[in-house]
Design a protein around this ligand. Structure first.
Ligand code: ASP
Length: 330
């Protein structure tokens, strides 16, 4: 029985012992090399920025922060920051959160006019006694800390929104056509997880949320435990897809707990998806897309989605790789 298999068997059989067994084995094991993983293939670019930090022995926290800033600043990425799709009132409202290896957390929700929501979330974590700041309060906090107010709606996102206004149909239930269209238009939320040379984990998640949502709607992405969770003893997870469904099952926390008790990252992602299917039924789950990614303390990674076409971008010292997620339903 190899070491990882042994860890899983020990963990599954004796949860109370699992952590101490993991710790002893982790201490004996060779430290895994740094790695960064992200939701969606086009985020390979973001991984490169994170890898710049990790390869110079920088922290996982700095790596995920720098990494997700890439799509935030990209006007052609229609799901994050500048150029993000607006809500039904034509307002671009961004959500982001960040979590480090010590359980420090920061989050902003429904933040307008600021390109780098993730940087504001990190400031919430590092400079305030709070963990979440929303709406006008988040904007006020950002401006007080030197962030510039900008218009995040671009000519093309404005034009598409104006087209959408002709029918004004909000349909978050994701058809396969919709998924294909979104992939062509670029991709969705970026969730990024990293393990650094000092064997510490961190994660970040940032999004402009579901296109044409109600003003003030917040999905899973800035919610610690739903869109992102990190437990430095075990692993980390992040999500993309219909946020309401991820919140329903505390997706990322559920995955980390499943890894704690011995599952591989891929098995843990599938377990969380199965929980939604059990709760809401197969007919319901077949109409929504959720994609999960997970990374454990040993540098093992995995992903799973409800519907096809979800991908995960991976970067290690061996180079870049794209993993196409297994999925539950055709
Ligand atoms: N999870 C995001 C949200 O619900 C959207 C997405 O990943 O596409 O806001």
């Amino acid at each position: 029985m190899n070491r990882r298999r042994f860890i899983r068997v020990v963990s599954a059989a004796t949860p109370a012992l699992a952590l101490s067994s993991l710790d002893v084995l982790a201490a004996k094991s060779k430290s895994p090399s740094p790695i960064v993983v992200s939701t969606w293939e086009p985020n390979a670019k973001a991984n490169e920025a994170a890898w710049e930090v990790l390869s110079k022995k920088g922290s996982a926290l700095d790596a995920v922060h720098q990494g997700v800033m890439i799509p935030e600043a990209d006007p052609d990425d229609n799901s994050v920051g500048l150029g993000g799709n607006p809500d039904r009132d034509g307002r671009v409202t961004c959500d982001a959160c960040i979590m480090d290896h010590q359980g420090n957390i920061g989050s902003v929700m429904c933040l307008e006019h600021i390109v780098h929501a993730i940087s504001v979330a990190r400031l919430v974590m590092e400079k305030t006694p709070h963990v979440q700041i929303v709406g006008d309060g988040a904007l006020q906090f950002a401006l007080e800390n030197g962030f510039r107010k900008e218009n995040l709606l671009t000519a093309s996102t404005r034009e598409r929104w104006q087209q959408w206004l002709k029918t004004s149909k909000y349909n978050p239930m994701t058809t396969l056509d919709d998924i294909q269209r979104r992939i062509q238009q670029n991709h969705d939320t970026i969730g990024m997880l990293a393990l650094d040379a000092s064997h510490q984990l961190s994660g970040a998640c940032t999004t402009s949320g579901m296109a044409y949502k109600m003003h003030g709607r917040v999905g899973d992405s800035p919610i610690i435990g739903a869109g992102l969770y990190v437990d430095n003893e075990v692993g980390a997870a992040s999500a993309t897809g219909v946020g309401e469904e991820v919140v329903r099952i505390c997706g990322s926390h559920t995955i980390v707990e499943a890894m704690r008790y011995g599952m591989t990252p891929e098995e843990a992602c599938l377990t969380a998806l199965k929980r939604l299917v059990k709760m809401k039924g197969e007919a319901y789950a077949r109409k929504v897309q959720i994609g999960f990614i997970a990374l454990n303390k040993y540098g093992e990674y995995g992903c799973y989605s409800l519907l096809p076409n979800f991908t995960m971008a991976v970067r290690t010292s061996s180079g870049a790789e794209v993993v196409t997620a297994k999925y539950m339903f055709e």
